[in-house]
Structures are given as structure tokens and as C-alpha cells.
Ligand binder design. Structure first.
Ligand code: 4GY
Length: 257
């Protein structure tokens, strides 16, 4: 089933280029991911079509006004109902949200979709958040100028999980995080690379051996080693889920961090 995203934004033009290229193009053209853009300015009133105003209590920057957001959301609800769909949850992007994870992305990819609110300025009037936002999602501990790049990031992550979007159906089962571990290194031609500086770089010999079981074991151990060194908390989480074998534990206990 298609995943529907209704995106509330002051900058709808930012979205088209991403939907036109790469694996996303297949997802969006086939409507496996069905994006509806809702330019907030269309729901603003008055000669000036205001969507922001100064914060009560003073301070720098501007706040997104509640009323245009409520009208945009009402229009979205009407369109969703007319399309025979259900009421979709409202997601807003903010550093104060819960960090996005691959398991949340997988759940969204199998859901009917969501309304994505892209904030701008200093933030959104808290009363809109209290009344209508179901979930706040963070893309990391840094501050962006708006929620558009997070919305594109989320839709990209969902789009590539839609059936038929990746060339190889198994290819996202090997992604970083689909088994809760970081990805192993990848190599392709040439077998011996000569850098302009003259240095020669080969490929791990096991990958050229044709021993599929040994290759699978080497990749698993690379994943374990990279994850243990860079993101030890992910090893702990995999262990807690019972996803590390005795062989994995033996490898880790001999690993020099
Ligand atoms: N980091 N993760 C982020 C952000 C900025 C709302 C306008 C982030 O998700 N969003 O930095 N967003 C937005 C926040 C008001 C600026």
C-alpha cells in the first residue's frame, strides 16, 4: 500500500528536485510514496499573508502563527477524507524530538503515512503543538533553519523501503541498522588500486576467495568490529535483543578496541 505524506511548508519548491532523481524518483513516480505539498502561505490571511509574528515575552526571531497552520491542517484532513484515507498522525521536526531510527522509518514505511510539519523561524506557537502534533522527531543534535530537510530525509528513508524501489530486494536488508549494526566495508574493481602517489591498495583476500560462508563470517565480524569501536551502545542494544551469537560474542571478547 502507498504511504501518503502531507507536507506543510513555506518552501514547497525545495521538494521537487529530490523527487526527480535516483531511487526516490521510482518511489514518487509510482506513487508508492504519495507526497502532497501544502504551501502554508496559501492559508495565510490579509494583504500581507502573514504566517509569523513576534514572540510574546520578547526576544529575538519570529514565531509561526497558529491560525494558518490550523487552516492548512483542516484542508489536509478534508483531502485525506475525500481520498478515503484515515486520519494521519502529525509529525513535527525539532531538535527537541525523539531521534529518528531505522525501526521508526520501517514502521512509517508500512503505515498509511503522516502529516509532516516543517517549522521555520524560531519555532511554532506551542499551542499548535499541544493541540495537534502527535510526535516530534529529531535528525540530530544540531540546529537547522527549518524542517524541510528533515522532512526530505524522512521521506527518502521511507521511499527506499517501498517494494520495487531498490534494484535488489535484499539490498536494504544489508543496510547499516537493519540488523542494528553498522555496515561492513565494500570493495569493487580494480582488484589492485594504484593511487596517483604510487601506493597500491588491494582488496581483503577473503572477498576474492569464493568461499561464501567465510565471506559472510568476515562481513559479520567487520560489522561487529566497526560497531564496537564507533558505536558501542549499539552492540549493547543488539546483545539485549538477543541478536549476538556465541560466535559473535567470542569474536568481540578477542577484539582489540
Ligand atoms: N535538528 N532535527 C531539527 C531542526 C529546526 C523548528 C524552526 C533537527 O529535526 N529538526 O534543527 N529544526 C527548526 C525547528 C523551528 C527551526
Amino acid at each position: 500500500m502507498a504511504v501518503r505524506f502531507d507536507v506543510i511548508t513555506l518552501f514547497p519548491d525545495l521538494f521537487a528536485p529530490f523527487q526527480a532523481v535516483g531511487v526516490n524518483r521510482r518511489a514518487f513516480e509510482s506513487r508508492a510514496v504519495d507526497v502532497h505539498l501544502w504551501p502554508l502561505r496559501d492559508h495565510a490571511e490579509g494583504v500581507y499573508r502573514r504566517v509569523d509574528d513576534r514572540p510574546f515575552g520578547g526576544g529575538p526571531g519570529m514565531v509561526m502563527l497558529v491560525e494558518p497552520l490550523v487552516r492548512a491542517l483542516q484542508a489536509i484532513r478534508a483531502a485525506q477524507q475525500a481520498a478515503g484515507g484515515e486520519r494521519l498522525p502529525v509529525i513535527m521536526f525539532s531538535p527537541a524530538g525523539r531521534p529518528l531510527t531505522q525501526s521508526r522509518v520501517q514502521a512509517l514505511a508500512q503505515s498509511p503515512g503522516a502529516v509532516l510539519l516543517c517549522g521555520r523561524y524560531e519555532g511554532v506557537d506551542q499551542r499548535f503543538i499541544d493541540a495537534y502534533v502527535d510526535e516530534e522527531v529529531s535528525m540530530g543534535d544540531y540546529v537547522l533553519s527549518g524542517g524541510e530537510l528533515p522532512a526530505l530525509t524522512l521521506m527518502d528513508a521511507v521511499a527506499r523501503l517501498q517494494p520495487g524501489v531498490l534494484h535488489d530486494a535484499a539490498s536494504h536488508e544489508q543496510d547499516s541498522f537493519s540488523d542494528g549494526l553498522l555496515d561492513c566495508p565494500h570493495y569493487s574493481r580494480p582488484e589492485v588500486l594504484t593511487l596517483p602517489e604510487g601506493q597500491e591498495m588491494g582488496v581483503p583476500s577473503v572477498l576474492m576467495s569464493g568461499h561464501h560462508a567465510q565471506i559472510a563470517r568476515w562481513r559479520r565480524e567487520q560489522q561487529l568490529a566497526i560497531t564496537a569501536r564507533r558505536r558501542p551502545e549499539l552492540i549493547e542494544a543488539a546483545r539485549a535483543r538477543g541478536e549476538l551469537s556465541k560466535q559473535d560474542e567470542h569474536f568481540l571478547s578477542n577484539l582489540q578496541l
